[in-house]
Design a protein around this ligand. Structure first.
Ligand SMILES: *Cc1c(COP(=O)(O)O)cnc(C)c1O
Length: 388
């Protein structure tokens, strides 16, 4: 049998390799010019004022929360249909976490559920300080509505756009921060653009930008405007916060900047394959997410929802046996043992659970060949005819 088809895979070309080689032969492996070049590239692409490259998106979420002054006694809300990092960032800061159920159509955090939960939270005097909407599978949340709620209730918005670089919302690139305080990207190899490990934080707020730079690098600054009291001399730096070493290397940044040259092509191919999946799988007992009215999704993942939850495990096993490396995104975060130990119970977010029990992720990546695509479609069709 031919090699298994992964659910996601990076696309590295000779230009990427050449860009990394240039850095390896240069004076700077880290803290050099490739970082600022990559940051400027992504900021410009997205139309955001500032960008800060970090070691991964988990670190990006952490420094974003720190810059927003999230701490003990505060509350962060996010979607349960996400990777654990979207929630863990609250706990890194000593804040509490809660989850807002999803919209069954978009599989993103539901504006209606959020609005309802905010009303209740206001009565209870326990409003969130930060809400983290996740652009699941590459499709933007309804940011204008979320922004309106953030203004009314006074919370900050951090877009977890780990899946969504290259996507748009209302004709603006995801990452423009038009409707949010901060946007976070991941550059893990399964994501849309890769730096091996890597992440980025974008914002239009100068105060957040300065804080993000400090938290990325030990809480230290050399900026004369930020130094406190008497300064010993031109060598002086000051630690103002408890920061981390969350820096990206120049090697990674060079790879990222090179990958940005192909971002539009990556997204076009992903959207083309999603269009073909919709045609090829129509008529099978499953459903696929549609493009929401205001969104032009980058489509990081091709998820499908099977009509019957009892088919999921046999379908998963049969597809894997046929060399199709299906996956599942995501088990609701609060069902993880760590979060159950904090008091969350099954049934907490019914839409997220209903989706999860029926969910499968099919292979989707730009380098997927037409014959791979046909193999996946055949395997799904055969498998469902056997099971359903
Ligand atoms: C991948 C991912 C992250 C974490 O990204 P890393 O760069 O691996 O730290 C966070 N949130 C979501 C939604 C993700 O998919």
């Amino acid at each position: 049998m031919s090699a298994a088809i992964p659910y996601g895979r990076q696309s590295i070309d000779d230009d990427d390799i050449a860009a990394v080689n240039v850095v390896l032969r240069s004076d700077w492996l880290t803290q050099g010019p490739a970082i600022e070049h990559f940051e400027a590239r992504v900021a410009q692409y997205c139309g955001a004022r500032y960008a800060v490259a970090v070691s991964n998106a988990t670190a990006a979420l952490h420094v974003a929360c720190l810059a927003l002054d999230l701490g003990p006694g505060d509350l962060l809300w996010t979607s349960p249909n996400t990777f654990v990092a979207s929630a863990n960032c609250a706990l890194y800061c000593g804040a509490d976490i809660d989850f807002v159920d999803i919209d069954p159509r978009t599989l993103n955090l539901s504006v209606e559920h959020l609005a309802h939960k905010l009303e209740e939270a206001q009565r209870a005097g326990r409003l969130p300080k930060v809400v983290v909407p996740v652009h699941f599978a590459g499709q933007s949340c309804y940011m204008a509505a979320l922004h309106e709620l953030s203004q009314r209730y006074g919370f900050a918005l951090v877009e977890d756009a780990s899946h969504a670089i290259g996507g748009q919302y209302r004709d603006k690139p995801v990452g423009s921060c038009t409707y949010s305080d901060v946007t976070v990207f991941s550059f893990h190899p399964v994501k849309i653009v890769t730096t091996a490990e890597g992440g980025m934080v974008l914002t239009n707020r100068e105060d957040l930008y300065q804080a993000l730079l400090r938290f990325r690098s030990h809480g230290i600054t050399r900026d004369p405007a930020q130094l406190q009291g008497e300064v010993d001399g031109p060598w002086s730096y000051q630690q103002l916060d408890l920061g981390f070493n969350y820096r990206m290397t120049d090697i990674q940044a060079a790879l990222g900047a090179s990958q940005m040259n192909r971002l539009d092509g990556f997204v076009a191919r992903r959207r083309e394959l999603v269009g073909r999946y919709r045609e090829a799988l129509a008529g099978l007992p499953l459903s696929l997410p549609e493009d929401a009215p205001d969104a032009r999704p980058a489509w990081h993942l091709q998820v499908v929802t099977l009509d019957d939850a009892s088919w999921r495990k046999p379908a998963f096993n049969a597809l894997r046996a046929r060399g199709v490396q299906v996956n599942v995104h995501y088990q609701p975060v609060y069902l993880q043992p760590f979060y159950r130990a904090r008091g969350f119970q099954p049934g907490y977010c019914r839409n997220a659970e209903h989706y999860y029990y029926r969910a499968l992720t099919l292979p989707l990546f730009p380098a997927m060949r037409d014959q791979d695509f046909e193999r996946v479609v055949d395997a799904v069709t055969t498998t469902l005819s056997e099971i359903s």
